[in-house]
Design a protein around this ligand. Sequence first.
Ligand SMILES: Nc1ncnc2c1ncn2[C@@H]1O[C@H](COP(=O)(O)OP(=O)(O)OP(=O)(O)O)[C@@H](O)[C@H]1O
Ligand SMILES: [Mg+2]
Length: 491
Amino acid sequence: MRFKIISLHANVNKEEILEEYRLDEVRVSITKNGEYIINEPLVNDELQSMYEKLMEALFLSLKPLAEVKDPLKYMEEHIYKEAEELDLKNVQQVFPQLRYYLVRDVLGYGILDTFMKDDRIEEITCERYDRNIGVVHRDYTQFNILDSNVTFSTMDAMNSYVQRLMQRSGKSITAATPIADAVTKEGDRIMVTYGKEVSLPGPTLDIRKFPRQPFVITHLLKFNTLNPLMAAYIWLLLDAKGFGLIVGETGSGKTTMINSLMSLTNPKWKIITIEETPELKIPHYRWARLVTRSSANIVDTKFDIGIMELVKGTLRMRPDFLIVGEVRGTESYTLFQSAATGHGGLTSFHATDPLAALNRLSAEPINIKPSQQMLLWFIIHLKKVRLKGGRVVRRVMSIVEIIPKDDKVVMQEIFKYDVENDRFNIDNIKELITKSNRIKQAAELLGVKLEEDLEKRLSLINICIEKNADSIDDVFNLVQRYYDYAPSNGM
Ligand SMILES: Nc1ncnc2c1ncn2[C@@H]1O[C@H](COP(=O)(O)OP(=O)(O)OP(=O)(O)O)[C@@H](O)[C@H]1O
Ligand SMILES: [Mg+2]
């Protein structure tokens, strides 16, 4: 049989259920044992046989779906047309189920479709074809990775799945280039290996999913990733074209932080972003989006254009603000050099904490001298932490300022997170003003009265929370008020 429905079912004991929800035709159960159980529409022999015939017919007759305006509608019409031609009776009665499986397998992501549709899933991971696929759920982080009732079962099934997945994103994976990454049309990041070439016992798959509606500063404040005063503080430093670094481990929320902070900056600015994977969404009208070029797969790198080349290029583009998605090696040096030309900057750097970051930046091979380290104003440290109740959350562990002292630099901690109480050390403007040097410098550069200015920013940030400004545009519109009141400010 060429086409066969793989339908997911598992019995779940009622007492074991933590939460149950529906995603269209699917029922998802989260259990106390840390499982993610999918129950799909039931399949009987009649449905199975219709599916088989229709898949065969659709396989031969469907136009490439990329050419179709509304693929879902096109599919539905086609199902009826083919059913009529094949003289299939009872299609009407089983249409919802039939449509579900056909759409899942033709337009959707097959057996991973529920995971891809569930916006509460953050990551999908499969280390072996014969084990249950794991998922990271935004609301059940205490389990780390939830076990699902989905498995590829065979190496062949997983190999063809990863091949199809990569093709959908315009890439290819074969025994010759058995490791590759890609971005889906929804913006999720995929990393796969193929066959037994570079992974044992077979292929691996990892999908990092991003919320369909990106998190904005309001979300981060509501989550308590940072407090309103910290947001006002960073906003002021960015406005004065300070240069900041965001450090943290993989998945600690660095890119999300950069993205949400940018909605707080001057709408009139010209912003350049440089990234390897286009993840950032900047609301500014003058946004130049540069993306590195890497070959179709990560094995062949002859024609690559890297971050360093792009940073060099921006020197002549005179941005107000430059964002580099992530720096790792010697390109950091180029970035520090470019920061000296006077634009603001924000970048992320993979490091366990600010001290480790500064040490790595100043040591071989990056070698940034203290005279250049002074260009760095502040470092924000992000981390995943486990709260008392077991929930894993993302928090700004600290914000430190880099302060020139004699011929060197010193780090001064301004904000600090207290995990015991899940709160931050400072939440009032006066205390912040006594602690921070960089905000005084910023206020001077901008020609504003520090306390008054911080109050203004803080009140707008609080309005974002009160009004629940949960889209980039909502935040941007509110923040715009700051610049309306002070038209010459920060320009
Ligand atoms: N403050 C936050 N609270 C809850 N979830 C968050 C937060 N920040 C980010 N996330 C989620 O965590 C995941 C990883 O976020 P992000 O890509 O920003 O991390 P990162 O540190 O840039 O990762 P990488 O090191 O891979 O670049 C995303 O799914 C994102 O939606
Ligand atoms: Mg990132």
